[in-house]
Design a protein around this ligand. Structure first.
Ligand code: LLP
Length: 422
């Protein structure tokens, strides 16, 4: 459920008409709903009720400071995957005791930054990483809490580019090597084993892969405890999918996901950590764009809009589907017709939708891409020298620009001429 609905024929974000925001900030832009972000956090919190737990929002999905602050105020921790994300989490006021550090390629500098600033745990993904972390922590006189991310070799049944739990993916330590890796971890200075980590992929629409992976984690917990390790935390990753296409059957609900957790690992007495990103931010955001031209090609019609693949890369990168709806509600009688929805970037890949059924639209009409709050703005680039589009946060009947649109001068000013050209 989200808070983007038509009121009096105009799409609103909570209490604000999208047209009002467009008039103030120009097109295109991203807009996020505070109430939806909060609701999604709450749904996970409810799903894990009765189990000691921490929801570490996977901020890679949307790392705007305002979004992070909404999460932090709800009590969320953060899952960070870079020094930059760590810095953003701290800047948004997240307590270091609630930050977990994931990622397959943490550098010694990033480890030092987190150890100095404070960190809940590192989710370590390989033996070489373990050695570097031990060296950094020892040099700093710190003790690094760690889990080892295990790779359960489970098919997450999602897009190949976002599946992470198969043995041929770069992520985690193979289950078969886990006990040896834990023994190594226990022998290293500066390292304190606290638990196990697993994350099998993103946009999962089936609970069975979770069931399999978490059951393997439960079994490993027993084995590691028998080996003498203290396993008090289980970080189960993120990945629960969202409904991108409203006409399709909806993915499982967080409540059902919570039941799988309870059933598979609930008896172990561990603190449960989860790292949802997309489910929290995805349907809490829209990307709004406006029509530049309607073009009749040889065989098909094109709706050319002012947003492009550099603003929202998901369709080009993962063949992702996003619902695209007119901001002004079409009349019920309006007959939709198939049209290709494309951006102005000079690549055929800059296509958001092919032969999408849309009501008739004309230049300057606004359209909204649903489910664009996660992996939208964060994956944007300035390709074709198109400045990053602004981000707006709505709360009730208020809205604010939470990242302004850079001017062309600001964009260019980041470049420097070398001294010999001056
Ligand atoms: N934890 C770890 C270790 C992750 O790698 C990820 C996502 C998450 C949590 C959060 O997963 P979520 O709950 O958001 O599914 N750009 C792609 C998605 C990449 C996901 C990467 N890892 C997309 O637009 O679909």
């Amino acid at each position: 459920m989200d808070h983007f609905i038509y009121k009096a024929g105009v799409l609103h974000a909570e209490g604000i008409a999208i047209t009002e925001i467009a008039a103030a900030v120009g097109s295109p832009f991203y807009v996020y709903s505070t109430a939806t972000l909060q609701r999604h956090y709450q749904v996970f919190d409810d799903a894990l009720k009765g189990m000691d737990h921490l929801i570490c929002y996977a901020m890679k999905a949307n790392s705007n400071q305002a979004v992070l602050k909404v999460m932090a105020d709800m009590g969320a921790g953060m899952d960070v995957v870079s020094g930059g994300e760590y810095a953003r989490a701290i800047a948004a006021g997240v307590s270091p005791e609630k930050i977990v550090f994931s990622g397959v390629g943490k550098t010694a500098e990033e480890m030092e930054m987190a150890l100095q600033g404070g960190i809940r745990q590192f989710n370590v993904e390989s033996e070489p990483e373990l050695l570097v972390l031990s060296a950094v922590a020892t040099r700093l006189g710190k003790l690094a809490n760690i889990t080892l991310r295990v790779n359960p070799d489970v098919d997450a049944k999602t897009h190949a580019k976002i599946a992470t739990g198969k043995s041929d993916n770069k992520f985690g330590i193979p289950m078969a090597k886990a006990r040896a890796a834990y023994a190594q971890a226990a022998s290293l200075s500066g390292i304190n084993v606290v638990g196990i980590d697993v994350h099998i992929g993103s946009q999962l629409t089936d609970l069975e892969p979770y069931e399999i992976a978490f059951s393997k984690v439960a079994e490993l917990t027993e084995q590691l405890r028998a080996d003498g390790h203290t396993i008090s935390r289980l970080d189960l990753g993120g990945g629960l999918g969202i409904p991108y296409q409203r006409s399709n059957t909806a993915p499982p609900l967080p409540m059902e996901y919570g039941e799988v957790i309870r059933r598979t690992v609930g008896h172990l007495g561990c603190e449960i950590e989860i790292e949802p990103g997309r489910l929290i931010a995805g349907n809490a955001g829209l990307m709004v764009a406006s029509v530049i031209y309607v073009k009749q090609g040889a065989e098909r019609k094109f709706l050319i809009i002012d947003a492009a693949m550099n603003d929202l890369i998901r369709p080009a990168m993962y063949e992702a589907y996003h619902d695209i709806i007119p901001v002004n509600e079409p009349a019920l009688a309006a007959e939709p017709e198939p049209i290709d929805i494309v951006g102005p970037v000079c690549e055929s890949g800059d296509t958001f939708a092919k032969q999408r059924l849309m009501p008739s639209l004309k230049p300057d009409d606004l359209v909204a891409f649903r489910s664009a709050g996660a992996y939208g703005a964060v994956m944007a680039s300035e390709y074709n020298s198109r400045p990053l589009i602004p981000e707006v946060l709505v709360s009730g009947d208020q809205f604010a620009v939470v990242r302004p649109r850079p001017t062309y001068a600001e964009m260019i000013s980041r470049d420097r001429l070398p001294p010999w050209m001056l």
